[in-house]
Unconditional design. Sequence first.
Length: 278
Amino acid sequence: MLTIDPKSEKTALVHKYILGAVAPRPIAFASTIDKAGNLNLSPFSFFNAFSANPPILIFSPSRRLRDNTVKHTLNNVLETKEVVIGIVTADMAEQVSLSSCDFAQAVNEFDKAGFTAVKADLVKPFLIKESPVNFECKVNEVIALGKEGGAGNLVICEVLKIHINEAILDANKNIDPLKLNALSRLGDNWYGKATKDSIFELEKPLGKIGMGFDNLPKEIRASKILSGSDLAILATSENIPAKIKFVLRENKTLKEKHILAKELLSQGKAQEAWQVLL
């Protein structure tokens, strides 16, 4: 096993492994403005949602590793205490990458990368027309995590208004992840996106308490065929179901039962799998 001690390794190496492992990460497309009225637009993958009441988003413009300088975005939010955060889609990938270049302070990345600035309702920074979701935010606080290259600066943003393109909504007015087509960041030069093959639904075990692995029968828990995921499905049941007459169970060896149960679990048939195993 490779073991890394951050205190004894170069920051660039620590940065490489953290970003490679903590993935995929959503991307905040931060639209800001300085006191002189210059627009700025830059992507940040140190980003996520942290609260719904109050609605809080946090992104982090890190100090540059090469020369310990900071991005214009950080200076702008410290000056104005406002930001618009747009969600980045896979269709925008090349343009977003272009916007991340270290342009001079007065250069407008909206123009450089071909994005459309739209006046916001409550804050001075502009919405990004091409982003399917825009969050108008006030900056509650900026927390500097260090003074050396690689140190983050947590920009704590309280959402004042949300703008959602209705084209990404399903029939129930929920955001459809495939229609959203969000771009994500991984390590090195890798990016990700939501496709039918890369996402799946998993029902949350709300309203019930699963029995857990420790209460599964020993012969099931010790199976060489059922995976950890298979066992977790069984262990989500509140209790072991009562054994009933079940044709698929008859005249099968233990190995054959486990193979069949695994197949049933892959089809979402947990109760049938239980009956095979009992």
